[in-house]
Design a binder for this molecule. Structure first.
Ligand code: ADP
Ligand code: ZN
Length: 724
């Protein structure tokens, strides 16, 4: 027999299928070890056939890996095939998405432990009077059944060995599953669905369309709808995939899932140890667990017979991959949903403009949940005009309104969350006196300050502008481009409120698998009064005692140089505000801004998604930005600058031909250095395009695949959420 094998080396030159000899037990989709270039490398069997075009005596033989089941099932193989074609990346790279990385390196094995159990009943044993430990162990085994040897030996030293020698107990190995969330506990809460929730569940089941969008305000009970759908699938023996932006940020969600589904749920995410991920993955593959929960990579979970796929917070930018292959989670999910004939449920309080448009046009079903559970009101948002604060001589990060509300909140024994957005690597220039923001003349996106060249740049067309010394509008010289960080906020806050217990949550404070969990747990147990953090505190948390949310700098993301900055800001503000007043008490939000008349802020304060959407979509239509066009970035990067430039030229020459042939399909076409010219010792160049017509996309992918070399990466990104 001949096996077609993909060897797991991700370089352009080996991206082929090789023929090997195999025995008849070899299964398609299984992992093998294949001799290759003098070494043995891992590989996958893609097909089995009778004959090869190569002379058989030249073929080498593969050896199987001792897996119980082939690692890749039929659906995963066909999905991998499609993605390889779509994104034009080496097959090995695509296959890697389907396996936990530790499986490929083969360093992690199943964890086994020794257990002891009784072979003979206690009455039939002959144990000497002095054999106290042995008798103790026998008694223990009599009441508890099989027990781990190590544990038994700590209770009764030396007992296991002695009893085994006498033939009274049997010692055997058994696999132990590493449980990543031993310390996550939660109580199972039984809830009756509200009529709104029930209506949503019924629509999802009955509507004929594959994609179901739930547009429900924060706190409208979307989670309960997801859990009901998953539970119904489980009852029918079907499996589910449940994607959340960042599982480690939402321990409450984990606890709920644990309490409700127990061992049926497997959690996949990057914070797990290698061993834990390996075990969780195999539990899914073997069918022992039927629910995969995780961030975007869990869309590749090795499940069969899917009953539902859920993408919570569908607008979240974490659903776009930033490493090759740069897949879009929604696209992969849709392929799987169609293949399995199941529904793809999207949920958000602030759907992405693109998704919402498709729902409004009738391509997706649109389910609205306009009210919070029990009709609790959404928190009131008050605006603090920071220009006025500056004029009054207040240069601190806190407005008078926020300080008053904070004092009241603390005096009341309630909790507060302060949010500071620090996205981006360099800040925008804002005039502190009139709120002026430096923008590109031809693109209407805000400019970004580049410290190294001391200039302002447009990330869309590459135009450079001189750094400002005074505001062109009002002549003011108080220009701000260095934001305050969370650390500074905490120390200032501590001076204002010496007795308040303050927690900080950002990338610096959340290392380790349970770093987030610990901070959130401390806060939810009310062992702290104020939580200060970056956007990671905006997502999904449900703290009943929080009655105040302060948004320290609402403008930061607004002027982020991206056509989506308005959308991002609206989403972020709505999400952060949604953390306040979730229980009985009415919540409040103080939003600090230098630009109080801004439309987007106005819509957010009114919680008026519909108006925001209408405004945004007409802007996008007028400027021909997505979804009315597609932004495509070709990123060339590598350690050798000369080779990068050569690859860039090759890609550019090819793309230019496409451009000259179809100028009407391009709204924009240019090559330039990437905004960040070097990351991790790799030089970066880019070709930016805005396409009016995406029919030429496959051609673009093809040209870039050709331009890729062993040392230089040439990747294609569609509507990238990060243009750095
Ligand atoms: P969302 O995901 O839409 O922001 P959640 O699912 O977090 O909202 O629900 C908000 C709150 O309402 C949670 O505290 C949840 O426990 C509660 N809740 C949800 N559904 C019900 C229900 N049917 N009955 C009672 N409480 C509910
Ligand atoms: Zn521009």
């Amino acid at each position: 027999m001949i096996a077609e094998v993909i060897v797991d080396i991700a370089s352009g030159e080996t991206d082929r299928i090789f023929d090997y000899l195999c025995d008849e037990n070899t299964i398609v989709g299984s992992r093998v070890r294949a001799p290759f270039g003098g070494k043995t490398v891992p590989g996958f069997v893609m097909r089995i056939k009778e004959t090869s075009d190569y002379p058989v005596e030249k073929l080498k033989k593969i050896s199987p890996c001792p897996d119980e089941l082939p690692a890749l099932n039929a659906e995963c193989l066909s999905l991998a095939e499609k993605l390889t074609k779509r994104y034009r990346v080496p097959k090995a790279l695509v296959l890697r998405l389907f396996l936990p990385s530790e499986m490929r390196t083969g360093k992690v094995r199943e964890l086994t432990r020794n257990y002891a159990e009784l072979l003979v009943s206690a009455e039939d044993m002959q144990l000497g009077k002095t054999a106290k430990n042995q008798r103790g162990a026998v008694e223990y085994l009599g009441t508890h059944g099989k027990t781990e040897c190590a544990y038994l030996n700590t209770l009764f030293p030396g007992s296991v060995n002695a009893l085994e020698k006498k033939g009274y107990v049997r010692v055997f190995k058994e696999q132990v599953l590493r449980d990543p969330y031993k310390s996550v506990d939660g109580e199972r809460v039984e809830r009756t669905l509200t009529p709104d929730q029930e209506g949503a569940v019924n629509t999802i089941k009955q509507d004929g369309r594959t994609v179901q969008l739930i547009h429900g305000v924060t706190g409208s009970g979307k989670t309960e709808i997801y859990l009901t759908l998953i539970a119904e699938c489980l009852q029918k023996g079907k499996s589910s995939i449940f994607l959340v932006p960042e599982i480690s940020l939402t321990p409450q969600m984990l606890a709920q899932l644990r309490a409700r589904f127990g061992k049926n749920a497997a959690i996949l995410h990057s914070g797990l140890s290698a061993g834990e991920r390996f075990d969780e993955w195999w539990r899914l593959r073997s069918g022992e667990a039927k629910i995969a929960i995780g961030a975007r990579s869990a869309i590749f979970a090795p499940l069969e017979n899917l009953g539902v796929i859920i993408i919570d917070e569908e607008h979240d930018s974490s659903y776009g991959s930033e490493t090759a292959p740069r897949y879009n989670t929604f696209d992969v999910a849709l392929l799987r949903a169609k293949k399995n004939g199941c529904k793809l449920v999207l949920g958000s309080a602030t759907p992405s403009v693109e998704t919402y448009r498709r729902a409004k046009l009738g391509e997706f079903s649109l389910i609205r949940l306009a009210n919070r559970i029990n009709r609790r009101p959404l928190p009131e948002i008050v605006i603090a005009d920071m220009r006025r604060e500056v004029r009054r001589g207040n240069n601190s990060a806190f407005s008078t309104a926020l300080k008053e509300e904070l004092s009241a909140c603390l005096a009341d024994g309630k909790q507060a969350i302060l949010f500071l957005n620090r996205r981006g690597y360099s800040q925008t220039v804002i005039c502190k006196e009139c709120g002026y923001v430096a923008k590109c003349q031809s693109c209407d996106v805000s400019l970004t300050y580049h410290r190294d060249e001391n200039c302002l740049k447009c990330h869309y067309c590459g135009t450079k502008y001189n750094m400002l010394s005074a505001c062109p509008d009002c002549g003011g010289v108080k220009l701000s481009y260095a934001g305050t960080g969370t650390q500074r906020v905490v120390s200032d806050l501590q001076k204002l409120y010496p007795t308040a217990r303050i927690l900080r949550m950002d990338n610096d404070t959340t290392s380790g698998k349970e770093g987030h969990y610990k901070i959130l747990k401390t806060f939810s147990e009310r062992k702290a009064d104020i939580l200060v953090g970056t956007q990671m505190i905006a997502k999904g948390h449900d703290f009943p005692s929080v009655t105040l949310v302060g948004i320290l700098d609402a403008d930061m993301s607004l002027h982020f140089s991206d056509y989506r900055s308005g959308e991002r800001t609206f989403q972020l503000l709505t999400q952060v505000a949604g953390r306040s007043g979730r229980a009985e008490e009415q919540g409040k939000v103080v939003l600090q801004t230098f630009d109080p008349e801004n439309d987007v802020l106005g819509f957010a304060i009114q919680y008026d998604y519909e108006k925001f959407y209408e405004n945004e979509i007409s802007l996008r239509a007028a400027t021909q930005f997505p979804p009315f066009s597609k932004i495509v970035r070709v990123l060339v990067s590598g350690e050798d600058d000369t080779k990068c430039i050569e690859a860039l030229r090759n890609a550019y020459v090819g793309l230019e031909k496409v451009y000259t042939k179809n100028p009407e399909k391009f709204l924009f076409f240019n090559k330039m250095r990437a905004p960040i010219k070097r990351i991790q010792n790799k030089f970066r160049y880019q070709i930016l395009m805005r396409l009016a017509d995406t029919s030429i996309l496959p051609e673009i992918y093809g040209i870039c695949a050709e331009a890729r070399t062993r040392d230089t990466l040439v990747s294609v990104e569609e509507n990238p959420s990060n243009l750095s």
